[in-house]
Write a protein that binds this ligand. Sequence first.
Ligand code: ADP
Ligand code: MG
Length: 344
Amino acid sequence: MKRAFAPLLLLTLLLTSCGSQAGPEPVSATEPVTGTVFAMDTVMDFTIYGEETLLAAAESRIHALEAKLSVTEESSEIYAINHNGSGHVSADTADLLDQALALCGQTGGALDLSIYPVVRAWGFTTGDYGVPETEELAELLAHVDYTKIDFDRKQSAVTLPPDMEIDLGSVAKGYTGDQILSLLREADVTSALLNLGGNVQALGSKPDGSPWRIGVQNPLGDGYIGVLEVTDQAVITSGGYERYFVEDGETYWHIIDPATGAPTHSGLISVTIIGGSGLMCDGLSTALFVMGLEDAAQFWRETGNFEAVFVTEDGQITITEGLTDRFSLADESPFDEVAVLYQE
Ligand code: ADP
Ligand code: MG
């Protein structure tokens, strides 16, 4: 399956084309406007075939969402709910919560918005990394159960049981990407590429009509393992390499199995989900990472509205059937074989 491919269109390459000494560039179908925003603890890059003003519009939308969703900002809606045990939410947060809770249910709790105190105990939100005491974990885990989040949609009110705290971090970037894409669509943009800290979301195709080419990061080192061709889809990866610490020779990463309270040991080291909704892809990349390849394959067969690229720690790439014509191994890829999951 290894084959040559045209040079990768890297988002970073495009960043140099913005602005000009001689005044504003005329907007044309072939010259994108590009920009970078730092938000939600990550770097976000935009390539938009449209008006320059859309960058500012996208940026203010992102900051508005972050102000509502942040788990650490004291003025956010989520912070208020976590600290008061209940609170009202705006339309954005309600919409996100609604979709995210549906994903928690659909994944049988592999995704659980109430895992936050456990994530914090491992130091992933504080930077104070370490393996928590067994008793502390057991106590925290006793309060992890997304089914006990009381979300009153009519009143836009959320109530949590005592000692529960929630975090939308596993899905917030995907939701934000969806919101930016609808802002661009409303402005009649037909071609754009967003990279929200590794979450790539494409609007339409490239201006010449060819698909966007998105690199899938190598979870074992630098560079890419492969390239995906996509049009109008999100490509979202969860990887053990993104945030982790090492203690006594063991690696602990930021994706936690709600069944054990510990970083997942499912055999997977990265999961990339390709689909129409950024929020769904973001949530499923986390959830399928927790499930492991076997359960994730079963989930894909039963659900069927997304495709996936799995990488296991023993060095195997597995792609779902729908990607056979759209995934190719990168020249630099340390892998030389790809297994395919079929619907049966
Ligand atoms: P990233 O934010 O690095 O792109 P993900 O989208 O996979 O990665 O989200 C991981 C974040 O979600 C973690 O930092 C943690 O806060 C939270 N999280 C970890 N495990 C779970 C889980 N099982 N369910 C819900 N959220 C989780
Ligand atoms: Mg995610």
